[in-house]
Write a protein that binds this ligand. Sequence first.
Ligand code: AMP
Length: 221
Amino acid sequence: MENQISILLGPPGAGKGTQARMLENQFGLVQLSTGDLLRAAVAAGTDAGKQAKAVMEDGDLVSDDIVIAILRDRLGEADCAKGVILDGFPRTTVQAEALDALLSETGQRINAAISLEVDDGAMVTRISGRYTCGGCGEGYHDSFKQPAKSDVCDTCGGGVFKRRADDNAETVASRLEAYHAQTAPLIAYYDGKGALQSVDAMGDIDAIAKELGALVALATA
Ligand code: AMP
């Protein structure tokens, strides 16, 4: 069976990370988040991380060169051979074209590009309330998804939680602007290739996961 490559498109706060994690568990795919890779580079103080830090804090997009290099390295690692869910990449047409070139070198193709459709108005609330378990990365939200037992992660039992530095109202506005200017055109890009699917992502997390799972299963059947 060929590798499965699915892309989740959608603005910040649409639920790409949450849903990618669920798909990862369901299908044994690897969630590949350029945001996570960049945050790790910033934390490790690599050259790429140093260049990306201020850009990320401002809610702008990190340069295509840096992101494509990070993505290419990660995609080449052995575990990605089982297939990947791309979360937050591509975010520009240059990145989408680079991904096409990269995949064609290895005889792979995109199985599905799924757009998570949400209302901009709800994004600030969604993003400013979210946090994750520092141990296993499980996602939570002040209003929508708290751990069953306060301050204890449902998944790993850890008690340390973290919030992203860029999940604040001012940065979210820039991130939404960057999305509409630079990333939203990718919806037409993938539609033109016959690979686009759309999902209403305003509802219940599990219901959305079910719908997405069905699309990924269909696209990779
Ligand atoms: P995310 O975790 O996907 O919300 O990404 C957090 C931040 O990392 C974004 O606001 C950008 O500054 C940067 N970033 C993540 N992925 C990309 C990408 N594909 N291209 C450019 N910048 C990115």
